[in-house]
Structures are given as C-alpha cells and as structure tokens.
Write a protein that binds this ligand. Structure first.
Ligand SMILES: NC(=O)c1ccc[n+]([C@@H]2O[C@H](COP(=O)([O-])OP(=O)(O)OC[C@H]3O[C@@H](n4cnc5c(N)ncnc54)[C@H](O)[C@@H]3O)[C@@H](O)[C@H]2O)c1
Length: 250
C-alpha cells in the first residue's frame, strides 16, 4: 500500500480478470479511486471488485461492451459521474481470435478490431474529451509485443495492437502538453487469454526463447501502468513500453 496516487480517479477497461484486474488492484493499492469496466463475466467482476474494495472502498464496476459506441460512451460518463472526474484511463479490454488468414471472416476481423482498436478509440476519445476540459490527465493503452512481431493466425489481433501503438502516438502529439499518452506492450502473460495452463508444445517452445525464460505475471504489467499513471512519470509521452522478458528488444 502507498499513497502515490492519492486523489487520482482512474477508469480501467477489462478490469474483471487478468491484466486489467491486476491494474485495477495496483492503482487502488497506490491510493487511486478506481472504476473498472468488463463485458460478460459478471462473476469475475464481482470477485475482483471485492479485492479492489479492500484498497478503495468506493470502487465500482460497469458492464459495457467497448466495441458498441453507446455503451462505451455511457461507461465513461458513468465513471466520471461516480468518481467525480477522471484523471487516468487505462484501455486494457481486448480479445484474441486465432484463425488462419484464409479462414478469417470479415466478421471475425471486425470483432477483434472492434473491441481492441475501436473500443480503445471510443473510450480514449471520451476520456480525453473530459480531460481537455480539466487539468489534464493520463491515458495508458495496452498494446502487445505481437503488434511488432506479428504472428501466424493472428492478423486481426496483431493489426489492432499495432494500431493502438500508432493511435497512442497520435494522441500524445495532439494533446501535449496537458495529457500524457503512453502504451504498454506486454509479451506473453499468464491470463485466461493466453491459456497458459494449456499451452501447446509450440507455445512452450516460444516461451523458452524469451530471454528471461518464462511468461509474465499480470502484476508485472500493472506495476509499469501504475508508474505511468503516477507523479514520477511527468516527462514521458507517446511511448510504447515492452513488458516482455526481453522477447522484443528495440
Ligand atoms: N495475456 C497476454 O499474454 C497478453 C499479451 C499482450 C497483450 N495483452 C493484452 O492485455 C489486455 C488484457 O488481456 P488479458 O490477457 O488480461 O485478457 P483476459 O481475457 O484475461 O481479460 C480480458 C478483459 O477484457 C474484457 N473484455 C472482453 N471483451 C470486452 C468487450 N467487448 N468490452 C469490454 N470489455 C471486454 C473482459 O471482461 C476482461 O475483463 C488485452 O488488451 C490483451 O490484448 C495480453
């Protein structure tokens, strides 16, 4: 527990489980007031909310599909109302649909890009709309190392994550110096999305190629997000930081 984020009001999308859950807990543990979004996994959201509330008794969760404009806009509005403002937004909600290019339907492509890229765009736009009217803010978008590396059977996912990194740079330029916008690009992290417990031989082989020799933990991503939301990250904008055990080195 610390109070580095005391007084900070934060919205985390996809906060019910995995990386978003760890981010919501980490921000609250640093003293922030937290709202988080989720879609379709109410039980996980309920359990995460109980944990976040151990640090921030006023924390709340909002169900919304970020790919649906009206729902995403309403979620940001509700967060601003409930928190009494918004200083930090973390665009973390994401999905992955692994399918070979030749079998990828336009509907599959649209679904992944709709959540990952369009969802980040809508939530980011609405959060920034609020932040520009106030004393500034921080936007932290969750990209992926696959946005650089590419991966077979993941066209839509990789394209959406590269798009998030590009959008991050656009917003950082457009809203400097008041709003700082950065991205975090994790490598493989132990969550439901990765399905680490059922990793294939091929995936295990890839894991062995990570210089640090293992996949990451959600808390290791959350630690960087919490730093970027905090008082020491004042000269950083437009960056995409890897948390990947060395799988990408630039
Ligand atoms: N796990 C990894 O290895 C890894 C690696 C790189 C990047 N990432 C990125 O990190 C983020 C979190 O991934 P995770 O592994 O924790 O995933 P996860 O599947 O464990 O959790 C996804 C979260 O997103 C929410 N969500 C899903 N669809 C949504 C929608 N339509 N609207 C709103 N919320 C929705 C879910 O409710 C859940 O809270 C994603 O953006 C993912 O692309 C994950």
């Amino acid at each position: 527990m610390s109070d580095t984020l005391a007084g900070v009001r934060a919205l985390v999308t996809g906060g019910s489980r995995g990386i978003g859950r760890a981010i919501a807990i980490s921000l609250a543990a640093a003293g922030a007031r937290v709202a988080f979004g989720y879609h379709g996994d109410g039980q996980a959201a309920h359990s995460t909310l109980a944990t976040v509330r151990a640090h921030d008794a006023s924390a709340f969760a909002i169900e919304a599909d970020v790919s649906v404009e009206a729902e995403a806009v309403a979620m940001v509005d509700r967060a601003i109302d409930g928190l009494g403002g918004l200083d930090v937004v973390v665009n973390n909600a994401g999905i992955l649909h692994e399918v070979g290019l030749l079998d990828t339907l336009v509907a599959d492509f649209d679904a992944v890009v709709g959540v990952n890229l369009r969802g980040t765009f809508i939530v980011g736009r609405e959060a920034i709309r609020h932040m520009t009217r106030h004393a500034g803010g921080r936007v932290i978008n969750i990209a992926s190392d696959l946005g650089y590396l590419g991966r077979e059977r993941n066209t839509a996912y990789c394209a959406s994550k590269a798009g998030i990194a590009a959008m991050t740079r656009c917003w950082a330029r457009e809203f400097a110096p008041d709003i700082l916008v950065n991205a975090v690009a994790p490598g493989p992290v132990d969550t439901d999305m990765l399905g680490a417990e059922v990793m294939s031989e091929e995936q295990r082989h890839k894991e062995a190629e990570i210089p640090l020799g293992r996949i990451g933990h959600p808390e290791e991503v959350a630690a960087l997000v919490t730093f970027l939301a905090g008082p020491q990250a004042t000269f950083i904008t437009g960056q995409t930081y890897g948390v990947n055990g060395g799988s990408v080195m630039t």
